[in-house]
Design a protein around this ligand. Structure first.
Ligand SMILES: [Zn+2]
Length: 445
């Protein structure tokens, strides 16, 4: 028996944040001045991937963006607070589309300070649902909190069965599946999360069937909700794609114990020793895989790779051959999907107490870049595409007139160096200034 059991990709777990104590009640909506906020002296990157606007300007009135363009095209400075972007880059607020623990306003405060103006929580206990409406921590603004609610899965299924936590919403029949979607919709869910994963630690758990999954997708789409599927196993990608889910969460690369055992030792050795393990993966291990990626592209199914969640692979200082192969496959699949024209959105799978930091996801951005996305495409992934997968693409994720005013400024040019994204000097959420560096704001004119 080989020591090789499966790709060393940790099962992604969800965390539960118990409702905390000692938090202050929201002071209610902050009055918004009727004047304008003008951000000037910066380069505008609008989230569409269009040519950056040098010497650009973004104008905000109340909670909306009212103008985006060249500074020379906008002359009205009445009742204006003028913010000097100091030659930095003006961007839509970044959206982390896959986190856990987002119900806690203290965590959303950390995200906001880092330039992340919205997060989407993809799995938590039902009781925490209402906490997402809290938009302040004391007097301080916090990032928007979008939510899936608990995760739809089979009775006794993952992830709750392995975590022994209350994150499952268990459905055993198509009727139960439909009723669960309606219930979550009525409780304010922004998206629906389903769990397609049956093996953990060598144990096989019950999983949603094709009929339940189809019922979930139909009922969610009838209410305008996207269905986001945890699908980290290559063998389950086809099922998710056939069902018409809207996103694939994680990189479907994991090889289960059962699949491992169904193949010969020499097949696995050839895979591990190949100079191009991705090609062996596509050609021999999962011959249908590339066609499924192509189907995803054609159907507009978005991939949210959550590369930060594969930290064992990326942080290995002295990687084993298995870890090298695992990393080549994870990055290679994202890169191939992207080459085929697939849409990638940014999510970190942030979980508290795992060493991950709430804030600007520069690490995820750099890994997306390693997978082949250009810096501009990385920014689109974290703005427009993330807004879409959170179910809010019609009002967030781009800088244009009419959109909600979530705007950040970073010091430097992230199109040259993504590290500039970590130097946030201005954060505006919903038309209110949350973070501003000293000296950027001039008095009302
Ligand atoms: Zn997750």
């Amino acid at each position: 028996m080989s020591t090789y059991h499966r790709l060393p990709i940790a099962a992604v777990v969800v965390l539960l944040l118990v409702a905390g104590c000692g938090e202050q009640a929201s002071p209610g909506p902050t009055p918004v001045s009727s004047g304008q906020i003008i951000i000037t002296n910066g380069t505008v990157v609008d989230g569409y991937g269009s040519e950056p606007i040098r010497d650009g300007i973004v104008v905000i009135v109340e909670d909306r963006i009212v103008f985006v363009g060249k500074a020379s095209e906008y002359s009205d400075r009445t009742h204006a607070q003028v913010i000097n972007a100091r030659g930095g880059t003006i961007l839509p607020g970044i959206i982390d589309a896959h986190v856990h623990g987002g119900s806690d306003p203290a965590i959303r405060r950390e995200f906001l300070i880092g330039g992340v103006t919205a997060v989407c929580d993809l799995g938590f206990p039902l009781e925490a649902m209402a906490r997402f409406d809290q938009d302040h921590l004391g007097q301080d603004l916090v990032a928007r909190g979008f939510r899936a609610g608990p995760i739809l899965t089979a009775p006794g299924g993952l992830p709750g069965a392995a975590l022994h936590e209350n994150v499952n919403y268990e459905v055993g029949t198509p009727d139960e599946a439909r009723a669960a979607v309606v219930d979550l919709y009525n409780r304010g869910a922004d998206v629906i999360k389903v769990y397609l994963h049956e093996e953990d630690g060598g144990v096989i758990y019950p999983m949603l069937g094709e009929e339940e999954l189809a019922a979930i997708v139909e009922e969610a789409h009838a209410r305008g909700l996207l269905v986001r599927a945890h699908a980290s196993c290559a063998s389950l990608l086809g099922m998710a794609v056939r069902a018409g889910v809207d996103t694939i969460e994680h990189v479907p690369a994991n090889v289960t114990q059962a699949e491992y055992q169904s193949r010969s030792e020499s097949q696995w050795q050839g895979f591990l020793q190949s100079n191009d393990p991705l090609q062996v993966f596509f050609a021999e291990i999962y011959p249908q895989y590339e066609a499924q990626l192509q189907t995803m592209v054609e159907a507009g199914i978005v991939m949210v790779p959550t590369l930060d969640s594969y930290k064992d692979l990326f942080q290995a200082s002295n990687p084993t051959r298995q870890e090298e192969v695992g990393m080549a496959i994870v990055l290679g699949i994202v890169g191939r999907f992207h080459e085929l024209g697939g849409i990638v959105a940014l999510g970190t799978d942030y979980i508290i107490d795992t060493g991950m930091e709430a804030g600007m996801p520069v690490g995820e951005m750099e890994k997306l870049s390693m997978a082949g996305l250009t810096p501009m495409e990385v920014i689109e992934a974290g703005t427009r595409h993330s807004a879409y997968v959170c179910g809010h693409g019609d009002e967030l994720g781009t800088l244009e007139a009419g959109m909600l005013a979530d705007v950040i400024v970073v010091d430097g040019d992230p199109l040259q160096d993504l590290q500039a994204m970590s130097r946030v000097i201005l954060v505006i959420k919903n038309g209110e200034i949350a973070v501003i560096s000293e000296g950027m704001l001039s008095a009302d004119e």
